[in-house]
Design a protein around this ligand. Structure first.
Ligand code: ADP
Ligand code: MG
Length: 449
């Protein structure tokens, strides 16, 4: 498939550009759904990243289902290293100049191809992202409406910012003759620098100012890059004054992006600011269900629950884990089960593991059975509360080295005989009731890793 990707790239960018920048890419392993591509120098790596990363990623993802993303790394000692190309990153600007001048290949198009998989349809909506989603939909329907310009999306890594921006872009280009430019802030900077060095800043500015919708992803990258910020500020003003739509994403809210110029921050906060919150368990389950369904492979709900409990911060990782399971099941021709899941994802989940504490057991069990955490230590004896509490005690005994009295203390100062009774009772119930046993077993695996 490398061959295919290479040929496609060559066809798209042309022989000269291909030879200048892309010829030296060496294929590495796939790790956690990320395909590693090696380049011989930092300079080449940075340049390829800024100019071709999205394209490479899209091509690879289309080519291979098990590739989620790509990661460009520097590896010394690869064949064919040009002797002068090995430079420190702060002289990248100089090097870009030289290279651009040599190749005469400043790409003139601004539009980065949008990934068709990042659509509104494939975006799973839940409490944490419903506001951002609604704002994105609104802007896609009616760009430049008052109050929604600029649209500023922010949130942690892997929560769907880029997805929503691509979705807006695709929707707009589908429905009308709206010109859309999407690029990362990093690419904006590289383009800007390249334009300065090849003395084509006017062209660059004109191009930027001719679009109807400008999207800049990961704006936090411009922190400390004063000249680029300045240029972005002017572009921003020119576009907004001309009634065009700006969409920006970042990892923090405008007011928390210290290191951006004040006047830029102020203007960024002037339109609609939408926060994508961390995912909830429910949202993670919905996302997994949607992705499993789309894959056509049956994944038991226990497995989905396990993943949603284990991988909590980044949807990309969640998706990567699921894809790995599905790829594995396909390959060995056996269904996905909780057992194979643990086995297949062993190394991946290790990073998430810590020693289990009683507090954590209480939290997870309360979450799973939908009771309040405080009820782990409360005196309430209703079955709906008492049973999960007993399960938590049982797991505390199994998974920690705490003594019965110690465990009792953590559960609202209960007596060690109460803990003992709970442990026996749960064991007994597990014998009698297989679905209860499965629930407890799931909890145990989740906590234990
Ligand atoms: P960010 O740009 O915020 O770091 P991305 O937009 O790149 O995150 O999302 C990471 C991955 O997770 C993408 O593959 C994206 O499709 C997926 N993803 C994130 N949120 C959702 C969601 N709500 N529904 C479906 N997929 C999602
Ligand atoms: Mg992103």
């Amino acid at each position: 498939s490398w061959h295919k990707v290479r040929e496609k790239l060559k066809g798209e960018v042309g022989e000269v550009e291909y030879r200048t920048w892309l010829r030296q890419i060496v294929l590495g392993p796939i790790e956690d759904g990320e395909l590693i591509l090696y380049l011989p120098t930092r300079f080449l790596r940075d340049w390829v990243r800024s100019q071709y990363e999205e394209r490479l990623q899209t091509l690879w993802r289309t080519e291979r289902a098990d590739v989620q993303g790509i990661e460009l790394q520097v590896k010394r000692g690869l064949p064919e290293v040009p002797p002068s190309a090995d430079i420190a990153s702060d002289s990248v600007v100089e090097e870009v100049t030289a290279q651009v001048a040599v190749s005469h290949e400043v790409r003139s198009d601004l539009a980065v191809p949008l990934d068709p998989r990042f659509s509104f349809d494939s975006f799973v909506v839940g409490k944490p992202n419903e506001f951002a989603y609604a704002c994105a939909r609104r802007v896609a329907e009616k760009p430049s409406s008052p109050g929604f310009n600029p649209l500023f999306l922010y949130g942690g890594v892997g929560l769907g910012k880029t997805h929503l921006m691509h979705a807006i872009g695709s929707e707009l280009t589908k429905t009308g003759n709206v010109s859309v430019a999407y690029m990362s802030a990093e690419k904006f900077m590289y383009r800007f620098i390249a334009a300065i060095r090849s003395q084509s800043t006017m062209e660059f500015k004109e191009q930027l100012r001719s679009v109807d919708v400008l999207m800049i992803d990961d704006l936090q990258f411009l922190i400390g890059k004063d000249n680029t910020q300045e240029e972005f500020f002017h572009t921003f003003n020119a576009l907004v004054d001309a009634g065009r739509q700006i969409i920006v994403s970042a990892d923090k809210s405008p007011s928390d992006l210290s290191g951006l110029e004040d006047r830029l921050r102020t203007r960024l906060g002037c339109g609609m600011v939408a926060d994508i919150h961390a995912t909830t368990f429910e949202l993670r389950i919905s996302i997994l269900e949607a992705k499993a369904k789309a894959s056509g492979t049956h994944v038991p709900s226990k497995v989905l629950e396990y993943l949603a409990h284990k991988i909590t911060t980044n949807v990309r990782e969640l998706e990567g884990a699921l894809n790995r399971l599905i790829a594995h099941a396909d390959l060995v021709g056996r269904p996905v089960t909780l057992d194979t899941t643990q086995d297949v994802l062993k190394d991946m989940l290790k990073a998430h593991d810590r020693r289990v504490t009683i507090e954590e057991i209480q939290r997870k069990v309360a979450e799973h059975w939908n009771i309040r955490l405080t009820d782990m230590s409360s005196a309430r004896r209703a079955r709906a509360v008492a049973r999960p509490r007993q399960v938590a005690m049982f797991l505390a005994k199994q998974l920690t080295s705490r003594s019965l009295p110690e465990i009792g203390r953590k559960f609202g100062n209960r007596d060690h005989t109460t803990v003992m009774h709970a442990v026996n009772r749960v064991a007994e119930l597990m014998e009698q009731d297989t679905s209860f046993a499965e629930d407890v077993e799931l909890m145990r695996r989740m906590l234990e890793g």
